[in-house]
Design a binder for this molecule. Structure first.
Ligand code: APR
Ligand code: ZN
Length: 243
């Protein structure tokens, strides 16, 4: 692994035939979206890990909705940052084939990314706890939204701790991982599975990895190039080396 060799990283991206990206909360940090494990990951002294669970919703759905509504309100004010925008540019130029994100903030789509796999769902998506209703909201929830089909509770259509990821999306992810010859990993602590292992699958197949993070992570020893820095700065610098 080489550190901070941005030229080497640019070469990997330029030479790639099928570049994919895996992003985490860090790519949205400069859009002022709180990360999960950073100092801003807490809400009213609750830990996100205590609220984003089926049990938390079962025994206090209004508290969980209060937290999601707070996050929806906060994220509605956030704008994509240059890091999101560079990934849109690379998709439009055919450099980036697919974007796999753990983020539920919807900022990649808001920035204009089309080929996005939201492995943990989307903060604005809703699903019924009883029937098969799914839908999208465009405003922060007021209380517990009732299902328009059966009047049960609607919940955020996101993946909670202890829940499995959507099988259809995961199938698509593995197809991409098996096509990729390079993976750009941006702003993830690489602590949550199975996402943390996605880059390793590309590596094992002989692909190359570039990591962008303000710290080292459990992936850092495995990647080909680690770029220490904020995504909003590093991605535009990388982009300027591609032209
Ligand atoms: N640029 C790049 N990386 C950054 C920046 C930045 N400006 N700011 C923070 N980071 C890095 C942090 O160093 C950390 O490694 O982003 C990462 C954020 O880590 P987490 O908060 O753990 O977020 P993430 O990796 O996306 O969490 C994965 O865990 O809580 C669950 O479902 C939730 O999707 C989330 C998953
Ligand atoms: Zn219903």
């Amino acid at each position: 692994m080489v550190k901070n060799h941005i030229q080497a990283a640019a070469e990997i991206i330029k030479e790639s035939k099928y570049l994919i990206a895996l992003t985490g909360a860090g790519i949205s940090k400069e859009s002022n979206v709180p990360t999960f494990r950073g100092e801003d990951g807490l809400w009213r002294n609750y830990n996100a890990m205590e609220l984003a669970t089926p049990a938390a919703f079962a025994n206090n759905p209004s508290l969980v909705w209060e937290w999601y509504s707070w996050r929806q309100g906060l994220i509605a004010e956030c704008e994509p940052n240059p890091a999101h925008n560079i990934l849109v540019k690379w998709e439009e130029k055919g450099i980036l084939k697919t974007l796999i994100t753990q983020n539920v903030d919807g900022l990649h789509r808001r920035a204009g990314s089309q080929n996005v796999l939201e492995v943990h769902g989307n903060l604005w998506a809703l699903k019924c706890v009883s029937c098969n209703y799914v839908g999208m909201s465009n405003a922060p929830a007021l209380g517990i939204p009732p299902c328009p089909q059966c009047a049960s509770h609607l919940r955020p259509d996101v993946v909670w701790f202890g829940e499995s990821l959507d099988a259809g999306i995961i199938d698509q992810v593995y197809i991409e991982l098996n096509k990729a010859d390079a993976c750009l990993v941006v702003g993830t602590s690489a602590l949550v599975q199975p996402s943390a292992s996605f880059p390793l699958i590309v590596k094992k197949r002989g692909g190359q990895l570039v990591e962008v993070n303000v710290e080292e992570t459990s992936l850092t020893d495995v990647v080909d190039v680690h770029l220490l820095g904020m995504a909003g700065n590093v991605l535009p610098s990388l982009d300027s080396l591609l032209d």
